[in-house]
Design a protein around this ligand. Structure first.
Ligand code: HEM
Length: 422
C-alpha cells in the first residue's frame, strides 16, 4: 500500500520534478544518481573497491558525521523545552525527565551521542594517523580536521553547562580555570567566555549561544569543506597512489608540452596512475547502501544507550558548595591530572604542544611512505611516538576519571565505601 502510494507520487509530475533519476537500473543511471543528487554529489560516481572495505576507515569519519546529524536533530527538539536562564534551566531538565513525552530519551540521546562523537572523532584522527592519510595532498584536510576536533570539544564543553546542575557548574568552573593558566590571554579568555569572573547567568547565555548557533554553524561549514576535500584530494588515501603534482598556482606554470585532463586541472594533481577500471565500483548502490546501513547502526546504538542508561542529573548548581573532588569533563581529565602536579605544564605547555604538533605534523612528516597502510613498517618511529603519547593521554585520563577521590587523592575505584561514607 505505502509502496504503491510512493510509486504513484514518484511517477507524478511533482514527483518527477523532485526525483529526476528513479532507482537506477543501468550504469549510466547509477552514475547520474551520484552526480545529480544533492546529497550524493559530494561523492564521485565511482569509488575504489578497496576503500569500501570496513578496515580501510573503520567508518569513523562517517560515524562522526552521523552523530553530528543526530545531535542536531535531538538538539533542535531540546531547544523547544529549554530556557537558558539560571532560574529555569534545571527545572527544564526535570520537566524533560518527568513531564515531556519521551523527553528523557531525547535528552539521553543527545548526551550519549555527544560523548560518542568526541570518542569517534578522536579515533578517526588516530585512524588517519596510523594510515598516514595526512600526507600530501591531504595536508590541508588534516588541518581542517584539527579545527573540527577543537570544535567538537568546544561543542561538548559548552553543552556541559546547560543542565545547570552541580556536575555542569563545577565541571565548567574547573575547565575554564584550566584555560585561565594560559599566559597573557588566559584570564582575559576566561572572562570573555564567562562574561564575568565566575560561572553565572552571563556564562550560561554565552555557552548557550555558542552551543546552539556559533559552533554548530562553524562545524557544519568545516565538515562541508572536509568532505569536499576528501573528494578533491583524489578520494581516500590508498597504497601506491600517484605522487601529487606541485600545487598549480596558475595555468602558465604548467609544462606546456603536455596535454591535461579537466580533472587534472581542477585538482592540481596527477590522476591516480595504475587504477584499473575493474578496481572501481559505482557509488550507487555499493557505497550508498553501506552508508545507509552505518547510519541505521549508529542511530540504533544511540537509541539503545538512551533507553537503557540515563544521562546524569545531579542537584541544582550550588556555587558555594563544590563537590569533592570537582572534575572537568572527561576529555579534559588528563589535563586536570597534569594541572594537579603543575598548573603551568598541564594548563599551558601540554595543550599548546598538542595543538602545535597536530598542526605541524603533515608538514614535518612528508616522506611518502606507508600511505593507506595501517602501521606501515617504514613509519616505525612516527607510529611509536604517536602511540606513546596516546597511551600516556589515555592513562592520565583514566587516572583522572576513576582513580582520583576527595582532595584529588589517589583511590581505587573498586574499594568498598566505608560505612560512614555510604
Ligand atoms: C567532526 C569531525 C569529523 C568528521 C565529521 C569527519 C569526516 C570525515 C569523513 C566522512 C571522511 C571520509 C573517510 C572516513 O570515513 O574516514 C574523512 C576523511 C579524512 N579526515 Fe575527517 N572528519 C572529522 C574530523 C577529522 C579530524 C579530527 C582529522 C584529523 C586531525 C581528520 C582528518 C581527515 C583526513 C586527512 C581524511 C582523509 C583520509 C583519507 O584519505 O584516508 N578528520 N573525514
Amino acid at each position: 500500500m505505502l509502496l504503491q502510494l510512493w510509486k504513484q507520487f514518484r511517477d507524478s509530475r511533482v514527483g518527477r520534478s523532485v526525483f529526476r533519476v528513479g532507482v537506477p537500473a543501468s550504469n549510466l543511471e547509477r552514475a547520474q544518481a551520484a552526480v545529480s543528487s544533492f546529497l550524493l554529489h559530494f561523492q564521485p560516481a565511482k569509488v575504489n573497491r578497496r576503500t569500501l572495505q570496513f578496515s580501510a576507515t573503520l567508518g569513523l569519519g562517517l560515524i562522526s558525521l552521523y552523530l553530528f546529524i543526530i545531535l542536531t536533530v535531538t538538539g533542535v527538539l531540546l531547544m523547544f523545552y529549554y530556557v537558558p536562564s539560571t532560574n529555569q534551566a534545571y527545572q527544564d531538565m526535570k520537566d524533560l525527565e518527568f513531564v515531556v513525552t519521551a523527553g528523557l530519551v531525547l535528552r539521553n540521546m543527545h548526551r550519549w551521542a555527544a560523548h560518542l562523537m568526541v570518542i569517534s572523532v578522536l579515533l578517526h584522527l588516530c585512524r588517519v594517523f596510523y594510515t598516514a592519510a595526512y600526507k600530501a595532498p591531504r595536508e590541508f584536510n588534516w588541518l581542517v580536521g584539527v579545527c573540527l576536533l577543537l570544535l567538537t570539544l568546544g561543542l561538548s564543553f559548552t553543552g556541559y553547562l546547560l543542565p545547570w546542575d552541580q556536575l555542569a557548574f563545577w565541571a565548567i568552573t574547573v575547565g575554564t580555570s584550566i584555560a585561565a593558566y594560559a599566559p597573557v590571554v588566559g584570564e582575559k579568555l576566561k572572562f570573555l567566555l564567562l562574561g564575568g569572573n565566575v560561572v553565572g547567568q552571563s556564562a550560561l547565555l554565552r555557552f548557550y549561544v555558542l552551543h546552539v548557533v556559533v559552533l554548530p554553524l562553524a562545524a557544519l561549514f568545516l565538515m562541508a569543506v572536509h568532505l569536499w576535500r576528501v573528494r578533491k584530494d583524489g578520494g581516500l588515501a590508498q597504497p601506491g597512489e600517484a605522487e601529487p603534482a606541485q600545487t598549480v598556482v596558475g595555468l602558465a606554470e604548467l609544462p606546456q608540452n603536455k596535454t591535461y585532463g579537466l580533472m587534472e586541472l581542477a585538482r592540481g594533481t596527477t590522476p591516480a596512475v595504475g587504477v584499473q577500471p575493474e578496481e572501481e565500483v559505482f557509488t550507487w548502490p555499493n557505497l550508498v547502501f553501506r552508508e545507509m546501513l552505518l547510519f541505521l547502526g549508529v542511530t540504533a546504538l544511540v537509541l539503545v544507550l538512551a533507553i537503557f542508561w540515563n544521562a546524569p542529573l545531579e542537584e541544582l548548581a550550588n556555587p558555594v558548595h563544590p563537590p569533592n573532588p570537582a572534575k572537568a569533563p572527561w576529555y579534559f581529565l588528563g589535563l586536570q591530572e597534569l594541572v594537579a602536579h603543575s598548573a603551568f605544564w598541564g594548563g599551558v605547555v601540554v595543550p599548546a604542544l598538542i595543538v602545535v604538533a597536530l598542526v605541524m605534523l603533515p608538514y614535518l612528516d612528508r616522506k611518502r611512505v606507508g600511505i593507506g597502510v595501517w602501521f606501515a613498517r617504514e613509519r616505525k618511529l612516527a607510529v611509536t611516538i604517536f602511540t606513546v603519547c596516546l597511551v600516556a593521554a589515555t592513562v592520565l585520563t583514566l587516572v583522572g576519571s576513576a582513580f582520583r577521590g576527595p582532595n584529588w587523592a589517589l583511590q581505587v575505584p573498586w574499594k568498598p565505601l566505608a560505612i560512614e561514607e555510604r
